[in-house]
Design a protein around this ligand. Structure first.
Ligand code: GAL
Length: 685
């Protein structure tokens, strides 16, 4: 039931979270908002995320007047409204009267009223109240021309351990294990430490003061949390589908900060199937002191491409800051031109919007110093407002070319939530050096530096859509995944995997009898041991006559049919295989046995890029730190963003024919990019 979410005018969305309910006593501010929106090229606001107390100040007493005004005002300037359902925070009266809506934490402590994002997602009362208010919103605004999109709740996440949730968990387990405790005990390895279960009511969610070392159960609990959250979401959207069947639906996803890895709390590969359009909130810590700007840019690109790949459709940037946030360790404002550059990066990777948190800085409470389009000075003259307006003007100009265009890729890099959860939980390897998502980021970066588009996929994607599949550290592999990978290679695909792959099944039980025979056949090797290093340890591998440093992990490999591409230099396995390749049926499979440094990744993937003749959207020669990404239009033309994510001037050489997207002037050949500059070009075919 996928809906088209773009406006009739097919324009890129520019705007963001708007909280007029905080300004009801300041009518002059609300008037000014509309004028400033026009000035900054804002065409869309998201409203109502945390407005329940303003919408229903007393139980059963509603006030929509302030929201009516937002709709009408936006409409008067040709703007649109993304309407949020308010379940992300609730009124105090509700928590007092119906305490079941409040969460219980893993220590079994009932939370007090306060903050937000802390409701019980099983509570029947909260579910029915949510439906009730959502229906009221839908009925009131169903015919309003400004209504563009539903924004369900806000950044779903977290878990509740109340008795209602315990019962729901048991019900979920009964369904998954055919009502059989015997099956649960088998799956969870029950006899270990006498953890055999003999009655359903002995099952309790994981807790630091209770059960937390039964890995199969921990994994099931995380799966349940995802399913129960999705179930809550589905409950929220019932009235919306009924009353406004043509209005598409999203909910805002996140990343995990500060490392900028995928959000670990929920399996978004499942959630993505339930929304009409994916949207997410991006808050990278630009200009930090622990990584190069381009490394962070590559991480942002990774998550963008992950959200893009879940639906293979354009997505929406639902929140971002025009300047700074208030919750990083150090809240540093974006330097001049960074806002423009980072906004263009979103468009380049498939976003049809640049939306901000927040339109106007609030006056009190915890977000009063969070960046916004409009600062406390209310001025259109400050640096941030001007840069936002520049983004608005550019988006207006590029809308017709960009909206709805796609990104295509021949490379799939697999990220799997379940495997991440299971590996993080595993007592073994280096407890703090597993770094599964971070390792994927590094593999992705090798392609990003060469401008080769990569889809960051999940098990839900079709492997056959790609020529190259990169699947490092897939610790948890079901028999089905193994079969699918086997078919992929057998039919001509190229596969890359690595150390710590294929060790446990979907119950988090290890495979018996050594590495799965199917994997041994695909890769032509058998990993015998995984050596885990202390942080001070290292090894070296020699690959294509160069030496590369290895840290953290080294697999000792027995070679069966594979060709050896690199060997270890040191330790008891010196001289043995570290990297191999194997022709399997019509395809080829590479195994990288050790965590080698970035220089190795670059060299290894460059060779593969050449061998498979993988191409960027537009051929541009440049140094590391410049990124060339873009989108393809239906008629085979492309819009390409050449982005300088460094603090230095960069000379780049555009090899293929291109023209400036704004002036139409040809730009083939050498051009200079200033620090943080972006050049938008059309590829000429
Ligand atoms: C997001 C949240 C917003 C706002 C923002 C601040 O996570 O959805 O409501 O709090 O963070 O950066």
């Amino acid at each position: 039931m996928t809906k088209e979410y773009v406006t009739d005018e097919r324009r890129l969305l520019h705007g963001g979270d708007y909280n007029p309910e905080q300004w009801k006593d300041y009518p002059e501010v609300l008037e000014q908002d509309i004028e400033l929106m026009k000035k900054s090229g804002v065409n869309t606001v998201s409203v109502g995320m945390f407005s329940w107390a303003s919408l229903e100040p007393k139980e059963g007493v509603y006030d929509f007047e302030w929201l009516d005004q937002v709709f009408d005002r936006m409409n008067s300037i040709g703007g649109k409204v993304i309407l949020a359902t308010p379940s992300g925070a609730r009124p105090a009266w509700m928590a007092k009267k119906y305490p079941e809506v409040l969460r219980v934490d893993s220590l079994r402590r009932k939370q007090l009223y306060g903050a937000r994002h802390n409701h019980c997602y099983t509570s029947p009362y909260y579910r029915s109240k949510t439906q009730e208010i959502n229906r009221k919103l839908a009925e009131r605004y169903q015919n309003h021309p400004a209504l563009l999109l539903w924004h369900i709740s806000n950044e779903y996440g977290g878990e509740c351990h109340c008795n209602l949730c315990q019962e729901a968990f048991r019900g979920w387990l009964k369904a998954r294990y055919d009502n059989s405790l015997e099956k649960i005990n088998q799956a969870w390895w029950g006899p270990f430490w006498s953890h055999t279960i003999t009655d359903w009511n002995q099952i309790e969610s994981p807790s630091p003061i209770g059960e937390n070392l039964v890995h199969g159960m921990n994994l099931d609990w995380r799966r349940f949390v995802t399913d129960q959250t999705i179930d809550f979401y589905k409950n929220e959207i019932v009235p919306l589908r009924e009353v406004t069947p043509d209005i598409p639906i999203t909910t805002n996803f996140m990343s995990d900060n500060p490392e900028f890895i995928p959000f670990r709390g929920l399996d978004y590969s499942k959630f993505a199937k339930e929304v009409d359009v994916i949207s997410w909130d991006a808050y990278p810590a630009w200009h930090n002191d622990y990584e190069e700007t381009y490394e962070l840019a590559s991480k942002v690109a990774f998550i963008n491409d992950s959200f893009k790949s879940m639906k293979q459709k354009p997505w929406l940037l639902m929140e971002s800051t025009p300047s700074l946030v208030n919750w990083h360790q150090y809240n540093k404002p974006k330097r001049p031109n960074m806002h423009y550059l980072s906004s263009m990066q979103m468009l380049a990777h498939g976003s049809d919007s640049n939306l901000y948190f927040q339109w106007r800085k609030s006056r009190g409470a915890s977000e009063k110093f969070h960046g916004a389009v409009v600062d406390h000075d209310g001025s259109a003259e400050n640096r941030v407002f001007k840069e936002v307006s520049q983004v608005g003007a550019t988006m207006d100009e590029l809308s017709a070319k960009i909206v709805g265009t796609q990104r295509k890729s021949e490379v799939g890099l697999l990220y799997d939530w379940e495997s991440d959860w299971a590996l993080e939980d595993a007592q073994g390897f280096g407890l703090t050096t597993k770094h599964y998502p971070q390792t994927l980021q590094k593999h992705y970066q090798a392609f990003w530096e060469k401008d080769i588009p990569v889809d960051v996929i999940t098990k839900e994607n079709t492997f056959e859509d790609y020529r190259l599949l990169v699947v490092p550290m897939l610790y948890l592999m079901s028999e089905e995944t193994i079969k699918r990978l086997n078919n992929f290679v057998a039919n001509g695909g190229t596969l890359v995997s690595s150390y710590i792959t294929g060790l446990v099944n979907e119950r988090d039980l290890t495979y018996l009898g050594g590495w799965k025979k199917e994997l041994q056949e695909i890769f032509g090797i058998e990993p015998l041991e995984t050596d885990t290093y202390y942080p001070g340890d290292s090894n070296q591998i020699v690959y294509a006559d160069q030496t590369y440093t290895v840290k953290d992990y080294a697999t000792v490999i027995e070679v069966k049919n594979a060709e050896v591409l690199a060997r270890y230099a040191d330790d008891f396995y010196a001289g043995t295989a570290a990297v191999t390749s194997n022709e399997y049926k019509k395809g080829k499979a590479y195994y990288i046995g050790a965590r080698a440094n970035e220089a190795f990744n670059r060299e290894f993937y460059n060779q593969l890029i050449e061998e498979l003749d993988l191409k960027p959207l537009l051929k541009v020669e440049h140094n590391i730190g410049v990124s060339v990404q873009g989108r393809e239009e239906a008629d085979q033309t492309s819009i390409v963003f050449i982005m300088n994510f460094t603090e230095e001037k960069q000379i780049v050489n555009i090899i293929e024919k291109a023209q400036d997207s704004f002036t139409g002037e040809e730009v083939t050949g050498e051009i200079t990019l200033q620090p943080y500059e972006v050049k938008v070009v059309d590829k000429i075919i």
